[in-house]
Design a protein around this ligand. Structure first.
Ligand SMILES: Nc1ncnc2c1ncn2[C@@H]1O[C@H](COP(=O)(O)OP(=O)(O)OP(=O)(O)O)[C@@H](O)[C@H]1O
Ligand SMILES: [Mg+2]
Length: 527
């Protein structure tokens, strides 16, 4: 394998060098004359720039993005300082490759695969991986694996995700995408994380790495960084490198969690590149090439041909909180589900600010047992009923007792909100989430509890990594916390349709106690 790769690469080396000349520079766009027969889209050139006295001559690596009037149009990977008319442009032969190895774990690299964490050079691996690889052929790809424990309660229970699935996290700015990604990177059950930070503010990268990801998260991750001040080619390439590194670890038979923050910044980099090449803007200034490139990038995540999978979670920054803007729309259509974070939820200080009613995992309900689906359906119905009446309830226009379904939704709402919230330092395992949800709903509604209790023994083998004892313990917790005979549903309370406030408080306290009990079991060593 190694020898054949080296032989192939030697075979590709030319025994001569081709040069052209810089014939024009406009903004970041460089026009090169004399090489139109030798270059094609994606080819690379090194422009010999005039350096200063300290640096000497610089080579600026550029990529061909188009042709106009027999001249090649190139964009640089670095600064164009020192590039002028007549500078030599040397054709570089090889396609962009990277040679990762397992020694890259715990390291931070730039879009060119060079270390930027000051921890010394990175050893090359034996095999070269193309940055622009195609996704595996659809017919030979394995199917999605079992459920993956992502460590975030709301996603585990309501938006179950399977190995090799690709999900989008859609949110406006500052709604909690990066914090959610750091929780996934630390808590998800994956062999390796490959994290692409694309177009982030430079100041935030270090803070995110040190405070949010932390040393234990970094130890099993490779992080690719291209900050917002870097040229568009670097930002675009950071996304390609993130996928190439995921493919390397997947080929090693490992289960990868590929996290990218954000796909929108990748699309913006593509927009800058496309517009520089003279492409016409189509939708919101994005040229057509952006919409062609998005599926090619995102399809690279997923199951492989052999063992190993890349589960992808990609953030999408929705500009102006408009979830129908073109990039969000295109990405939603490509991926296998979307997690919507909403500003209104964050404003009530519930993080992760997921609006479950607008979020979907396309592997559900098939990946769940009947019992799990029954729980999720019940909770979703309660949340949806509350949401429909939320305005009226908040301004006090809803009169308790008018509709038993709404009374019930109001009754459960605080507990469900508490269930969906999760501190960033807190981990929640897949099986425990269902146990806690069963405890919450089972306490107050025996009709909801019955199918969960019946389904629990069946559900355990289907839920990946769901040890039977945790499920049973969770239910036991619910039963212990319940008063004799269980709690009466809101509409059949002794006060008819008007449960006394004290009653609500007691119920809420008991639910919180059940939740804490189940959480305490979660935190206990060995579970
Ligand atoms: N789980 C959480 N617990 C507590 N606070 C949180 C949580 N998640 C997010 N926040 C709060 O929300 C703020 C913004 O979060 P974050 O930086 O993740 O947003 P973002 O969507 O990545 O923003 P940007 O679009 O600017 O990149 C954080 O500084 C923090 O105060
Ligand atoms: Mg962010």
């Amino acid at each position: 394998m190694v020898v054949s790769t080296v032989v192939k690469e030697i075979g590709q080396l030319a025994d001569y060098r081709l040069y052209g000349r810089v014939a024009g520079v406009l903004g970041m766009l460089v026009e090169v004359a004399g090489l139109e027969q030798a270059l094609s889209i994606g080819s690379r050139c090194a422009i010999h720039a005039q350096g200063n006295r300290l640096e000497g001559h610089r080579r600026v690596i550029c990529e061909v993005i188009g042709f106009r009037q027999r001249r090649a149009l190139l964009l640089p990977f670095g600064s164009l300082e020192g590039v002028g008319l007549g500078c030599k442009a040397e054709v570089l032969e090889s396609e962009p490759l990277v040679r990762p190895s397992s020694a890259w774990l715990g390291r931070v690299v730039n879009a060119l695969g060079e270390p930027i964490d000051g921890k010394g050079p990175l050893p090359d691996g034996p095999a070269a991986y193309s940055l622009r690889a195609s996704p595996p052929p659809a017919h030979s790809r394995k199917r999605l694996g079992g459920k993956i424990d992502l460590g975030v309660r709301a996603i585990n229970t309501f938006l179950s995700c399977c190995r090799g699935q690709r999900m989008g996290i859609f949110a406006g700015s500052g709604v909690g995408k990066s914090v959610l990604l750091s929780m996934l990177a630390r808590y998800a059950e994956a062999d390796v994380n490959v994290i692409g930070l694309i177009g982030e503010r430079g100041r935030e990268v270090q803070e995110w790495l040190e405070d949010d990801l932390g040393p234990e998260g970094l130890a099993r991750s490779v992080v690719v960084v291209a900050t917002s001040d870097e040229p568009p080619l670097m930002r675009r390439q950071a996304a390609y490198l993130t996928m190439a590194l995921s493919e390397y670890f997947r080929d090693e038979g490992q289960d990868i969690l590929c996290l990218m923050d954000s796909v929108t910044r990748f699309a913006m980099a593509m927009r800058e590149i496309g517009l520089s090449a003279g492409e016409p803007p189509a939708s919101k200034g994005y040229p057509p090439s952006v919409f062609a490139e998005l599926p090619r990038l995102l399809e690279r995540a997923g199951p492989g041909i052999e063992d190993g999978s890349v589960t992808g979670l990609f953030t999408v920054l929705v500009e102006g909180d408009d979830h129908n803007e073109p990039i969000a729309d295109a990405v939603r259509g490509i991926l296998d589900g979307h997690i919507v974070l909403e500003r209104a939820v964050a404003e009530r200080n519930r993080y992760p600010a997921i609006n479950l009613l607008r979020s979907v995992s396309r592997t559900m309900p098939d990946c769940n047992s009947d019992g799990e689906n029954a729980l999720v359906d019940r909770a979703r119905n309660l949340l949806s009923t509350f949401e429909n009446m939320a305005e009226l309830i908040r301004i006090g226009a809803y009169k308790q007792g008018s509709d038993p379904a709404v009374d019930e939704a109001i009754h459960y709402n605080d507990a469900l909100e508490a269930f969906l919230g999760q501190k960033k330092e807190e981990i929640s395992h897949l099986a425990e989430g269902y146990s806690q949800l069963a405890a919450l709903l089972g306490m107050d509604d025996p009709v909801a509890e019955a199918p969960a209790a019946e389904a629990a023994p069946d559900a355990a083998p289907q839920a990946a990594g769901a040890p039977e004892d945790i499920q049973v313990e969770g239910l036991a917790a619910a039963q212990t916390a319940m008063p004799e005979g269980g709690l009466a549903p809101a509409q059949t309370s002794p006060q008819g349709h008007q449960p006394a406030e004290g009653d609500f408080k007691k119920r809420r306290d008991r639910m919180a106690a059940a939740l804490n009990l189940a959480q305490a079991k979660t935190a206990a060593p060995g579970t």
